[in-house]
Write a protein that binds this ligand. Structure first.
Ligand SMILES: [Zn+2]
Ligand SMILES: [Zn+2]
Ligand SMILES: [Zn+2]
Length: 506
């Protein structure tokens, strides 16, 4: 006879949660924390009072909440850390990139048909769709031969059997799968220029800054060639401007590379912040020749901790594609999705995924690090650590950025006028939620424009993660259901539109 299987502690906790009296409230909280996998727990409360009369308009106290806490999403952009928060970030990135390509597209926008005004005031006119734009990929130069997948071909074929000064074969006759750990690692780690690689990562931000200046400069001779007369840099500044959004990503070899959308805008002499169409002679071809020229010429002298002279420049692997409307690649939605995907996925995740890992990097636990990220990335981290101790490299903060292999830039940046900001998107999301509450008759006394409210709050950190065993699992399951519902809703809208179009045609 078999004994009845007893529920595991997790199963018991799950049943507790689902049958608990406060389950509906808990679910609401989980939803508000966007089903984050590692939410921050806050204890305390807040009071919104009328500034004139002192009358209390609303009050929250976590004492009455499930588990006595408020859950706040972690907001991490990395998919390896929090799938749900990374997804929110990816969507925001998508909107950011897409609005710079096709104009602001949002449920929260209002205003006329020509220019859609965001709730917080940034305007991206629909006409940007017609602006010349390029999709540019820039990579790092080589710091020594590495193993590569080569699409199923031999890694590094060589006829001779030459070896390096360390006695290692210069070639590699193997065929590597694309996801094999050896791909991206040096043929000889002793020959590989680790200092150069780390210093390059540390200067890629400056290299990009110089590239942008060089593009603007290169526009003048390019315009001169088209117009058949001399065009000065000063004149060009009164005619056109480049805007961009860029995303940085780590390659397998631990070096940063960039994807950017560069757009050509015109100038409104009365309002330089406005986005207007460029003059007709300012074509995608003209922009492409200026970008190519800038990318070839630009360089940053790197510091020389070991007496070796190095200049930071772009690698020979680069791509400049015309993605203007009606051009060879017209699918702007795919382009936006592509950039957004890269914003949440980086190889540095492998190095910086957990705080435990960051601690171990700080104490430079070498054996552990090698096991966790492989010998090559571990050596990049170690090089950051060693160079970070030097007084002459202090300004690069290499120890602080060791987990990012020396790169201390932002993973996604844009020029001021490219499109809406992430902050604007967040504000729009808050406004939309408040609007929903209003629609349901609930007044939002917490919003700052509710008028004459003062908010007193006292919050204390109460921990990280979900409270009960099984909560995280439940949140993950709810996130999936939520996603599924979203997809079904979108599909429904699409079908409705199709039927509408068919009715119109009939
Ligand atoms: Zn999260
Ligand atoms: Zn190989
Ligand atoms: Zn060697």
């Amino acid at each position: 006879m078999r004994a009845e299987a007893r529920p595991s502690p997790v199963e018991r906790a799950l049943v507790d949660r689902l049958t608990g009296e406060d389950y509906p409230v808990w679910r609401q909280q989980a939803e508000r924390a966007r089903f984050c996998s590692n939410p921050v727990r806050l204890a305390g409360g807040a009071v919104a009072a009328d500034s004139a009369t002192g009358e209390v308009r609303a009050e929250v106290d976590t004492a009455s909440h499930p588990d006595g806490v408020l859950l706040v999403a972690c907001g991490d952009r990395r998919a390896s850390v929090c799938g749900s928060c990374a997804e929110v970030y990816r969507r925001d990135m998508w909107h950011l990139v897409a609005s710079g390509i096709g104009g602001r597209m949002s449920a929260t926008s209002s205003g006329g048909a020509g220019a859609r005004q965001d709730t917080v005031g940034s305007v991206v006119p629909d006409t940007v769709q017609g602006h010349p734009r390029l999709f540019v990929t820039l990579t790092a130069p080589s710091f020594g031969p590495v193993h590569s997948a080569r699409g199923g071909g031999v890694c590094r074929p060589r006829r001779d059997a030459r070896v390096c000064v360390h006695g290692r074969a210069l070639g590699c006759g193997l065929v590597h799968d694309a996801d094999h750990p050896v791909v991206g690692t040096p043929i000889c780690a002793e020959c590989y220029d680790y200092a150069g690689a780390v210093l390059w990562n540390a200067h890629v931000g400056e290299l990009w800054r110089r590239t942008r200046i060089a593009v603007d400069r290169a526009l003048a001779p390019a315009a001169g060639a088209v117009l058949g007369r001399r065009v000065t840099a000063t004149e060009i500044r009164t005619q056109v401007r480049t805007s961009y959004v860029k995303v940085s990503e780590f390659q397998r070899r631990g070096l940063v590379h960039l994807h950017a959308v560069i757009r050509l805008d015109g100038i409104d002499p009365d309002d330089r912040g406005r986005i207007v169409e460029p003059p007709v002679w300012a074509s995608a071809g003209l922009l492409a020749s200026a970008v190519a020229r800038a990318v070839d010429q630009v360089a940053v002298p790197l510091p020389s901790p070991d007496g070796r002279l190095r200049v930071g420049s772009w690698g020979s692997q680069r791509d400049i594609t015309d993605v203007s409307e009606g051009g060879p690649v017209g699918n702007t939605r795919r382009l936006a999705a592509y950039l957004a995907k890269y914003a949440t996925k980086t190889a540095s995740d492998a190095v910086s995924a957990s705080s435990a890992l960051a601690r171990r990097i700080r104490s430079l636990h070498r054996t552990w690090l090698r096991r966790a990220v492989g010998a090559h990335l571990a050596r990049m981290v170690e090089t950051c650590w060693e160079l970070g101790a030097r007084r002459d490299l202090e300004h690069l903060n290499l120890r602080k950025w060791a987990h990012a292999l020396g790169f201390r830039g932002h993973f996604a940046t844009k020029s001021r006028v490219y499109s809406v900001t992430l902050g604007a998107l967040r504000a729009a999301r808050r406004a939309w939620r408040a609007g929903q509450r209003e629609a349901s008759g609930e007044r939002d006394v917490w919003s700052l424009d509710a008028g004459h409210s003062v908010i007193f709050s006292r919050w204390a950190y109460a921990g990280r993660g979900w409270v009960k065993a099984g909560d995280a699992m439940l949140a993950e399951q709810m996130a999936r259901e939520y996603e599924e519902a979203r997809r079904e809703y979108r599909e429904l809208l699409r079908r409705e539109k199709e039927t509408e179009a068919a009715d119109m045609a009939a």
